[in-house]
Write a protein that binds this ligand. Structure first.
Ligand code: F6P
Length: 497
C-alpha cells in the first residue's frame, strides 16, 4: 500500500470562491449530489477537481475502499477493542448473520411495543427514558424531529445526573402511567443507574405497585439488566458490535419506535440503508459522505480551521448539532493513529452549531467578520414543518441561503469595521421533506462522513478511551477519601466540608 501523501493536498492553491465560480459554469452541478431525497451542495467550499483527485489518491493510499468493505462485512475494524462496528447491519446492510440477528432483535422489540400498545403493562401514557451520550442523544433527536404529530405518548429523555432534569419529568408525568426505559449499552453507567433508581423510588413513593413490571431495559449486556431486576421479557438486547453513538438503529431507538410507531422506525432504517448503499457503491468523486469528508479535511489540514459549525434551519432539527458533537468528536477526537503512533496533525474539527435564524442574531457576527476560519454547514428542509402562513418558511429558507451567499461574497467598503472579507466557506444540505426516511439517510450520511475522515487520518473512529480517565476519577471522588491536587481538594472541601 503506498504511503499517505498529504504533500499534494497541502500544496493545493488557495483559489478564492468567487474565482472558482467565475471559472466554472458547472460548479454547482460538479460539487453537489442528490441522495435519498437530500440535496448536498459543496460548491461554496474551496473544493476543486484537483483537490478531489488529491483526496482520492490519499483515500487509495489509506485503503478506504477495503476498509469500507470491511465495515460492511462485519470485520474487526475497531481494532483497539477487537470488535466489528455493525451499525449498518441494523438497517439490513452488513454480514448476513449480523443482519439476521439484528432483524430478530428488532422483532423482539416490535413484539414488546405491540404488547405495550395492547396495554399488557397497564395503561402507559408517559415514557421516561434514562440514558446518556449515545444512549440518549439519538432517541432524543428522533422523537424531537419526528414526534410533533405522533402524540401517542409523552416522552422524556433524561440524561443528566442533575436531579433537576428528573424532577422536570416527574412534574409532567403520572407515575401510575409511566414506563421506565433504562438505556445503557454497558448497564454500568453511573448517571443512568442512579437516575433509574430514583425513578423507581418516585414510583414507589406514589404507590405504584409492581414497579419492576413497568421497566424496560435496552442494553448489550442483558445479564446485568437481569441482575438489576428487569424481567427477561422486557430486556431488549442489542449487539456489542453496535457502538453507543451509532446505536439509535438498535433497541436504543425503542422510545422513538414506541412513540412514533413501528412503520416510522422501519422507514428510518430504510432511509439509512439507502445512504449505506450510496456510500458503498458510488465512486468517491460523486459520493456524498466522501465529498463532505474531503471538504472537512481540506479545512482542518490545509487551512487549519479548528472548528466547523452546523446550523439547522429547521426547529425540528434543533438537536442535530448536539447529536453531531458526540458523533464527530467522540469518534475522531483522537491523538493517535490506529496503530498507536502520534497522529501528528489536527484530528476532527471541534463541532458546534445552533439553530437558524436564531444563531444569526447571536454568533454569526464572528462567522462573518471574526479572525477564525469556520466552515459552516446549513441544514434546511424544503417542505415546511409548520402550518402557518407561507411567509415563515419562506423567510427561514431564504435566510439560510442568503447567509451562505453573504459569507462567500463579503463586502468591501471604506470603513473597515463595516467591511466583510468574504471568501468564507459554507455547504448546504437541503432535504425535500423531513420524515423518517430522510432523517435516517441524513444521520447515516454523517456516520459515513465521520468514517471517511477517520480512515484518511488513520484514526479508529469506534473507540472512546478518552472518556475513561474522567469517569475513573469521578468514581474515586464519589467513593471519597481520595486526595487529588490542591485545587480539586479545595473545591471538594468547599462543596462538602
Ligand atoms: O462515556 C462515554 C460513553 O461510553 C458513550 O460512548 C456512550 O454512548 C455513553 O457513555 C453511555 O454509555 P452506556 O450506553 O454504556 O450507558
Amino acid at each position: 500500500m503506498p504511503a499517505a501523501d498529504w504533500t499534494k493536498i497541502e500544496a493545493l492553491p488557495a483559489i478564492p470562491l468567487k474565482s472558482l465560480f467565475a471559472d466554472d459554469p458547472d460548479r454547482v452541478t460538479r460539487f453537489s449530489a442528490d441522495v435519498a431525497g437530500i440535496h448536498f451542495d459543496w460548491s461554496k467550499t474551496h473544493l476543486t477537481a484537483e483537490a478531489v483527485s488529491a483526496f482520492e489518491a490519499l483515500a487509495k493510499a489509506q485503503g478506504l475502499a477495503g476498509k469500507r468493505e470491511a465495515l460492511f462485512a462485519g470485520e474487526e475494524i475497531n481494532v483497539t477493542e477487537g470488535r466489528a462496528a455493525e451499525h449498518t447491519a441494523e438497517r439490513g446492510e452488513g454480514k448476513a448473520d449480523s443482519v439476521a440477528r439484528a432483524r430478530a432483535l428488532h422483532a423482539r422489540m416490535r413484539a414488546l411495543i405491540d404488547a405495550i400498545e395492547g396495554e399488557a403493562l397497564g395503561p402507559i401514557r408517559h415514557i421516561l427514558h434514562v440514558g446518556i451520550g449515545g444512549s440518549a442523544l439519538g432517541p432524543d433527536l428522533l422523537v424531537d424531529a419526528l414526534g410533533r404529530e405522533a402524540g401517542r405518548y409523552d416522552v422524556a429523555i433524561v440524561s443528566n445526573v442533575d436531579g433537576v432534569a428528573l424532577e422536570e419529568a416527574f412534574a409532567r408525568f403520572d407515575p401510575a402511567a409511566t414506563l421506565l426505559v433504562i438505556a445503557s449499552k454497558t448497564f454500568t453507567t453511573t448517571e443512568t443507574m442512579l437516575n433509574a433508581q430514583s425513578v423507581l423510588q418516585w414510583m414507589t413513593e406514589h404507590g405504584v405497585e409492581d414497579i419492576y413490571g413497568r421497566v424496560v431495559a435496552l442494553t448489550a449486556d442483558p445479564d446485568k439488566a437481569l441482575e438489576w431486576g428487569v424481567d427477561e421479557t422486557r430486556i431488549l438486547p442489542f449487539s456489542e458490535s453496535v457502538g453507543g453513538r451509532y446505536s439509535l438503529w438498535s433497541s436504543i431507538g425503542f422510545p422513538a419506535a414506541l412513540a412514533l410507531g413501528w412503520d416510522c422506525f422501519e422507514e428510518l432504517l430504510e432511509g439509512a440503508a439507502e445512504m449505506d448503499r450510496h456510500f458503498r457503491l458510488t465512486a468517491l468523486h460523486e459520493n456524498a459522505p466522501a465529498l463532505a469528508a474531503f471538504a472537512d479535511l481540506y479545512y482542518t489540514q490545509v487551512r487549519h480551521a479548528e472548528t466547523r459549525a452546523t446550523f439547522a434551519y429547521d426547529e425540528r432539527l434543533r438537536l442535530l448539532p448536539s447529536y453531531l458533537q458526540q458523533l464527530e468528536m467522540e469518534s475522531n477526537g483522537k491523538g493517535v493513529t490506529t496503530d498507536g503512533k502520534p497522529l501528528g496533525r489536527p484530528s476532527a474539527a471541534i463541532t458546534w452549531g445552533g439553530v437558524g435564524t436564531d444563531a444569526q442574531h447571536a454568533v454569526f457576527q464572528l462567522l462573518h467578520q471574526g479572525t477564525h476560519l469556520v466552515p459552516v454547514e446549513f441544514v434546511a428542509v424544503i417542505e415546511a414543518g409548520d402550518t402557518l402562513a407561507e411567509d415563515h418558511h419562506r423567510q427561514l429558507l431564504l435566510n439560510a441561503f442568503a447567509q451562505g451567499a453573504a459569507l462567500m461574497a463579503g463586502k468591501q467598503v471604506e470603513d473597515p469595521a463595516r467591511s466583510y472579507s468574504g471568501d468564507r466557506p459554507s455547504s448546504t444540505i437541503l432535504l425535500d421533506d423531513l420524515d423518517a426516511r430522510s432523517l435516517g439517510a441524513l444521520i447515516a450520511f454523517y456516520e459515513h462522513r465521520v468514517f471517511v475522515n477517520a480512515i484518511l487520518l488513520g484514526i479508529n473512529p469506534f473507540d472512546q478511551f478518552g472518556v475513561e480517565l474522567g469517569k475513573e476519577m469521578a468514581k474515586a471522588a464519589i467513593a471519597g477519601g481520595q486526595s487529588f491536587d490542591a485545587s480539586t481538594d479545595d473545591l471538594i472541601k468547599r462543596a462538602f466540608g
